[in-house]
Design a protein around this ligand. Structure first.
Ligand code: MN
Length: 295
C-alpha cells in the first residue's frame, strides 16, 4: 500500500513523441502517479497511418515486466529473442513476459492504420527473474455491460476471465459504449484503478474526461458510475497496489544495481538474445540516469 492515503483524482495524459511522425498519449507513469496496481506504463497510440517507410520499433530489451499489446485497428508483426514471429490484429492480444530478460521488435504493416495501446505490467519480486515467455491469444472474452460491451484482456471482470497469464492480482478491460448514458462498472474493493478514455468522452461526478485526461480511483469502492458519450471507448486497468519499482528506459527493477547490470548486458550483447530479421540494427541504451530511487 502507498504511504499516503490515495484519493480519486483526475490526471493529464502527456503527448509523447516516440519517433518521426509518431507520438503516443501517455497516461502514466505520471509525476504524481507512477503505477496503478501492477500497471506501470500506459501508452495510447493513433489512429495514425503507417507509411511504407515506417520501420517500426527495432530490437530492444526489457526486464521485470510483461508487455500487453491490444489493437483497436491495424496490424503489427511482433518478433522476439525466443524466436516468436506473431502478427497481431484487431481484437487479438499479445502478452510478452520479459522476466530476467528478453528483446523484441514491433513492425506495423505498411499502410495500415495503427490504433491501440501498449501497456506494461510490473512483475512482483518473486516473478521478476522468471524465464521469458510469450503468449498470443486470438480471442479474449467479452460481455454486455450497461450501455456497452466489456472485453476482458487481463484478469476477471463481470463474470469473464482473460486467458492471459499474469503474476499478481490484476484486471484490464476495453469498454466500448454504443449508446450514451450512465453505466455502473463493478470494482474490486482491494484494487486501485485507472479509467483512461481512448475515443469519445465520459463524465465522472460532473467532470468531463477525454483522451487528454484520465481518472484514478483508489481501493475501497465496489462500483463507479460512468456517463459516456455514444461511441466512447475507455480502458479500465487496475490491481492490488504495487510495491515500489524503478523504471529506467525499458527496464523495471527494485534496485539500481539490477538496472546497471541489465544495461551492461545489453551493451555487451549478453542475456537478451537476438531478434531475427534486423541485421545489426537495434536500439542503443542511453546513459544511466544518476540517483535512481525506487518509488
Ligand atoms: Mn518494447
Amino acid at each position: 500500500m502507498s504511504k499516503q492515503q490515495a484519493v480519486a483524482e483526475v490526471f493529464d495524459s502527456k503527448l509523447t513523441p516516440l519517433g518521426p511522425g509518431f507520438s503516443v498519449q501517455r497516461a502514466f507513469p505520471h509525476a504524481r502517479r507512477r503505477t496503478v496496481g501492477p500497471w506501470c506504463f500506459f501508452d495510447y497510440f493513433g489512429p495514425a497511418r503507417m507509411d511504407s517507410t515506417s520501420a517500426g520499433v527495432p530490437p530492444h530489451p526489457h526486464i521485470g515486466i510483461q508487455t500487453v499489446t491490444w489493437l483497436i485497428e491495424g496490424e503489427s508483426l511482433h518478433r522476439d529473442s525466443l524466436g516468436t514471429e506473431q502478427v497481431i490484429r484487431t481484437g487479438e492480444l499479445n502478452v510478452m513476459t520479459a522476466g530476467r530478460g528478453i528483446s523484441h521488435s514491433e513492425q506495423p504493416t505498411p499502410d495500415t492504420i495503427m490504433h491501440g495501446v501498449q501497456l506494461w505490467v510490473a512483475l512482483p519480486p518473486e516473478a521478476a527473474s522468471m524465464e521469458p515467455a510469450f503468449e498470443y491469444h486470438a480471442r479474449v472474452p467479452s460481455t454486455a455491460i450497461g450501455h456497452g460491451i466489456a472485453t476482458v484482456i487481463a484478469g476477471s471482470f463481470a463474470g469473464q476471465t482473460s486467458p492471459a497469464r499474469h503474476h499478481s492480482p490484476i484486471v484490464g478491460v476495453d469498454l466500448l459504449f454504443d449508446s450514451a448514458g450512465a453505466t455502473e462498472v463493478p470494482l474490486d474493493v482491494d484494487f486501485e484503478y485507472a479509467v483512461v478514455p481512448l475515443t469519445g468522452s465520459f463524465d465522472w461526478e460532473g467532470e468531463a474526461l477525454d483522451k487528454q485526461r484520465w481518472l484514478y480511483l483508489p481501493p475501497g469502492s465496489e462500483r463507479v458510475t460512468l456517463r459516456t458519450s455514444a461511441g466512447a471507448r475507455l480502458m479500465l486497468v487496475g490491481g492490488a497496489p504495487c510495491d515500489p519499482i524503478i523504471i529506467w528506459w525499458n527496464f523495471v527493477a527494485r534496485t539500481s544495481a539490477e538496472l546497471e547490470a541489465a544495461r551492461a548486458d545489453w551493451v555487451a550483447r549478453r542475456r537478451f538474445g537476438v531478434v531475427e530479421g534486423w541485421g545489426a540494427t537495434r536500439l542503443t541504451a542511453p546513459q544511466l540516469t544518476p540517483n535512481l530511487v525506487a518509488r
